[in-house]
Design a protein around this ligand. Structure first.
Ligand code: HEM
Length: 408
């Protein structure tokens, strides 16, 4: 950085550098933030998540201008005022609903990409843990948002989930009452979930995203081959003009241009759903106003929670709750349960490859079963899949312990 210049023209590059170190910040975050060359479109998912979060915040701000957080006014403010009276209110609502659903699809793709390529190991443990923290925060954000239209599913999902804190009993215990602020979900309940959804959780999510980015800084992102790159050496080659020989590219403008392309394709799908298939993100039952005296025939969560819901359902109440709680947190432990020294794509890791694909298929089956009524054969398949989920996690340390070191 050039020396301080007291006579620099206000707002010139030198003037800004002297006060805000703009050039240094740009280097650290962009032009000298190095990305491996051998990665594919799956590495754009992180930026797509950040962009979708941006869309959720902006559309949320517009919805917030007309939403009424009272049990008398919430349903109509969403389904009548915003949808029919406010100019383009429907657009912001559809964007918010589709964004909330797609963000989970991309989170799952991002998570499973990390698992497939072993991006949670050898210095990348904190990236994984901060990512899981984001997963939990997004889950809480989605759940609290689902309460706000105060429809039948909002009410009954709120009832069922808060009942979990009574160990499955239908009687509201002290803890359940404390969470609800009442015997049943009512104004106090709606008010606190409103506060969580529009203020506290987004604030924590923003902090967690900054933390996630910070954890990426030193280990850098992994690559398709799990190759250990000497980033200093590779960056020096790039800076010396030996771009072909270097194993890295700068984040901006080179990698960013690819990110923007993948994001363009994603937003075509996003707006296709917003304009033509918005019901994909809305449950028809939630278009009935909340009624504490009318329980819907089947109560189920949104698609992205179905796999963990199905882990809860087939077991007796207490056991189901423990299973559910473990399923929520077991992914945090992945970097420590995988004992293999290899950072490589699953396809080159023998038994781990089978483990990976079995886990993925198992979660898809659990998701499908979670939506079906818990009867007959569906119950049996759900039970087997839930047990398999735990068997897989128990087996992980053993199958990875004996994995042979892959020669580089
Ligand atoms: C929801 C908000 C999230 C945002 C905005 C976000 C953002 C990012 C970004 C920008 C990257 C670097 C580029 C890339 O690999 O895509 C990244 C990497 C990573 N993220 Fe996330 N992420 C989020 C959630 C998660 C979750 C839920 C997990 C998993 C538990 C996770 C785990 C990882 C891992 C392991 C990497 C490193 C990938 C590698 O080294 O190849 N992230 N994230």
């Amino acid at each position: 950085m050039a020396k301080f210049d007291a006579n620099a023209k206000p707002f010139s590059k030198q003037w800004l550098d002297d006060r805000l170190a703009i050039t240094t910040v740009m280097k650290v975050l962009n032009t000298e933030y190095w990305i491996p060359k051998n990665i594919n479109f799956l590495w754009a998912m992180g930026m797509i998540l950040a962009a979708t979060f941006g869309v959720l915040v902006i559309s949320g701000i517009f919805l917030l201008m007309y939403y009424v957080p009272t049990v008398e006014g919430a349903f109509d403010s969403v389904n009548y005022t915003i949808m029919t009276e406010v100019g383009y209110g429907w657009l912001w609502r559809h964007m918010h609903g589709i964004g909330a659903s797609l963000v989970f699809l991309i989170i799952y793709i991002h998570m499973f990409t990390g698992i497939y390529y072993g991006s949670y190991k050898r210095g990348r443990e904190m990236i994984w843990i901060s990512g899981m923290l984001l997963f939990v925060l997004f889950s809480a954000e989605a759940f609290s948002g689902y309460m706000l239209p105060w429809g039948q599913m909002s009410y009954w999902a709120g009832m069922v989930i808060t009942n979990l804190f009574a160990g499955g009993s239908l009687e509201a215990t002290g803890l359940v009452e404390w969470i609800r602020g009442d015997y049943v979900p009512d104004q106090a309940f709606l008010g606190r979930f409103f506060m969580l959804h529009v203020f506290l959780l987004p604030l924590i999510i923003i902090g967690a995203i900054v933390f996630h980015f910070a954890t990426l800084r030193i280990p850098h992102v992994n690559n398709q081959d799990g190759e250990e790159i000497d980033f200093d050496e590779a960056a020096a080659l790039w800076k010396a003009g030996m771009k072909k020989e270097s194993k890295v590219i700068p984040f901006s403008p080179v990698f960013l241009s690819k990110d923007v392309f993948v994001m363009g394709v994603y937003f075509i799908l996003f707006f296709y759903l917003v304009f033509f298939h918005f019901n994909f993100a809305m449950d028809p039952v939630n278009f009935d106003p909340a009624d504490g005296l009318k329980t819907p025939a089947h109560i189920y969560p949104e698609w992205y929670f179905l796999w963990s819901y199905e882990i809860l359902r087939p077991f007796p109440t207490d056991l189901g709750l423990i299973a559910f709680a473990i399923a929520q947190v077991i992914f945090f432990a992945l970097p420590f349960l995988d004992r293999s020294p290899n950072v490589a794509p699953a396809s080159r890791r023998g038994l781990f490859n089978i483990w990976f694909w079995t886990l993925l298929v198992d979660i898809i089956i659990l998701t499908v079963m979670g939506k079906l009524p818990p009867e007959g054969i569906w119950n049996v398949i759900g039970f087997i899949s839930a047990v398999l989920f735990f068997v897989l996690w128990l087996a992980l340390p053993f199958i990875t312990m004996f994995e042979k070191k892959i020669k580089e």
